[in-house]
Design a protein around this ligand. Structure first.
Ligand code: GTP
Length: 236
């Protein structure tokens, strides 16, 4: 029996194809800013890393870079694969952070603000860095789950660790915090520099994008909204 005929049918199929088949089978979206962790089986991330490395090497070859002899770029394909899968786009491939929720025993119903939380992301269009900060305001009610302060930063990191556009990133984050804590109101303000606008393209160095999402009480109560915005220290 030759080697090819001894392989199981799925062997030799790129792992990205297997993962995509599962996603399609489940009717799940897999846009750049979607998390796909639940469709990746144990051990497959290592295979995905090898697959991406090979494709990155092909890109470097097409860029006519002599990676065989250039000591600086010899391992660049591997580094890029590790950076995308294990670091900067970890929010696509990794599980959501564990968030311990506590009952609101003291029936807290006062405004809480956390920030600035560092934003590290990349734009979906050019994969250029998006670096900034954000502030989160929560108006709890007696049924709101209390979560540890650090969890706001962990949830932010998970959402931002994907190719994003700022408008969608902030909505994804707001949806996630609403789902975890069920507050009366939620406000998120984000301010970020987009390197696709400074390093390349229009090469505008100082402009930033600021956007906000207001939910519940922050939408209906102008006084609360003003209080939140006035309490964000040193924005800009
Ligand atoms: N709305 C929005 N636009 C973004 C964001 N990040 C980057 N962009 C912009 O998205 C656009 C990218 O699409 P194109 O216009 O097709 O790209 P391009 O031809 O390389 O454009 P230039 O950047 O103008 O050279 C650029 O204008 C970026 O500045 C974001 O978070 N939100």
């Amino acid at each position: 029996m030759n080697q090819a005929s001894s392989l199981a049918p799925e062997e030799g199929v790129p792992v990205s194809v297997k993962i995509r088949e599962r996603l399609n089978g489940a009717g799940r979206r897999f846009f750049a800013n979607d998390n796909i962790a639940e469709f990746i089986e144990p051990g497959e991330l290592a295979a995905l890393l090898d697959e991406v490395q090979a494709k990155m090497q092909a890109v470097l070859d097409s860029l006519v870079i002599d990676t065989a002899n250039d000591h600086n770029t010899q391992d660049t394909a591997r580094r890029m694969a590790k950076m995308y899968i294990g670091e900067v786009f970890r929010g696509r491939y990794g599980e959501a952070p564990q968030v311990t929720e506590f009952p609101n025993a003291a029936r807290l119903n006062e405004l809480l603000i956390v920030g600035p939380i560092t934003v590290r992301s990349a734009c979906s269009h050019h994969f250029c860095p998006v670096i900034g900060k954000l502030w989160i305001g929560v108006m709890p009610n007696e049924h709101t789950n209390v979560i540890g302060l650090s969890k706001y930063a962990r949830l932010t990191d998970w959402i931002m660790g994907r190719p994003q556009i700022q408008e969608e990133a902030i909505v994804q984050l707001a949806d996630l915090i609403m789902e975890k804590t069920r507050p009366d109101g939620l406000a998120v303000v984000m301010e970020a520099s987009h390197f696709c606008m400074s390093w390349r393209g229009v090469r505008e160095m100082d402009s930033k994008m600021v956007n906000s999402v207001m939910r519940g009480a922050f939408l209906t109560d102008a006084t609360l909204r003003r209080e939140f915005l006035s309490l964000i220290p040193g924005r800009g």
